[in-house]
Design a protein around this ligand. Structure first.
Ligand code: HEC
Length: 116
């Protein structure tokens, strides 16, 4: 993430023409797509034991989690908690924290908030 952002800032500083801006936009779109596919792999590897392969549907144990906020994903994945005042979909406490996924939170967010 840090690498991508500093790369984008670098691109922003050196480019100025319209075509260069178009290229810049492509890079942003591509970076986002990479995050979505990273997030998909992370999700399929770590979440579908309980959540549905299709995050818009309920899974064997976990509820549908499509369009979850970054705040919710962060609280759940790092600590198995909820953001303040969040009304959980389930009252169970089955999900375990997975702090080793800290650097995948943005990717999970982009995947869970992508159209497919
Ligand atoms: C061991 C099964 C299991 C795994 C693995 C798991 N979850 Fe969960 N998850 C649940 C269950 C069950 C709930 C409902 C609350 C509870 O029981 O902890 C839940 C709740 C959630 C919620 C909150 C839903 C809401 O709006 O109330 C989010 C977000 C979530 N999980 C994301 C994830 C992500 C992302 C992963 C993978 C990195 C993951 N979970 C892995 C079982 C799991």
């Amino acid at each position: 993430m840090i690498q991508i952002s500093s790369f984008l800032i670098g691109v922003g500083l050196i480019s100025c023409t319209a075509s260069e801006r178009a290229v810049q936009k492509d890079i942003v779109v591509e970076a986002k797509m990479n995050l979505v596919s990273q997030g998909r792999v992370t999700y399929q590897t770590n979440c579908i034991a309980c959540h549905n392969m299709n995050p818009a549907k309920d899974g064997s144990l976990g509820p549908a989690i499509k369009n979850s906020s970054l705040e919710l994903i962060t609280a759940r994945v790092l600590k198995a908690e909820y953001p303040p005042k969040y009304n959980p979909k389930r009252n169970s406490k089955l999900m375990q924290p997975m702090p080793q996924l800290e650097n995948k939170l943005h990717a999970l967010y982009e995947f869970l908030n992508s159209p497919n």
